[in-house]
Design a protein. Structure first.
Length: 90
């Protein structure tokens, strides 16, 4: 096993892309739709709640063309991760 040399240089931090989520409340408490914005510009990708309070996978992703992804998600975080992946692919 070889040791890695440390020359005292700190790696430069990678600046994250300016990713923002605009929240649009819906009629049900604590639920909302979210619109993805990259660098302050809306790109048309959204995470939406299906509206059913006991759904096992209540969140889905809509792309800019209005297509709904086949996969549905149990949490907002999982749906947002899929939306970001979709944004980076396009």
């Amino acid at each position: 096993m070889t040791a890695q040399l440390d020359f005292g240089f700190a790696p430069a931090p990678i600046a994250p892309a300016a990713i923002e989520w605009k929240r649009y409340p819906v009629a049900h408490a604590n639920k909302a739709h979210y619109a993805l914005q990259l660098h302050g510009i809306a790109n048309g990708i959204e995470v939406r709640w299906c509206g059913h309070p006991t759904a096992l996978r209540p969140y889905y992703v809509i792309d800019a063309a209005g297509w709904i992804l086949d996969r549905k998600f149990p949490t907002v975080a999982a749906a947002k991760a899929a939306a970001l992946e979709l944004a980076w692919k396009n």
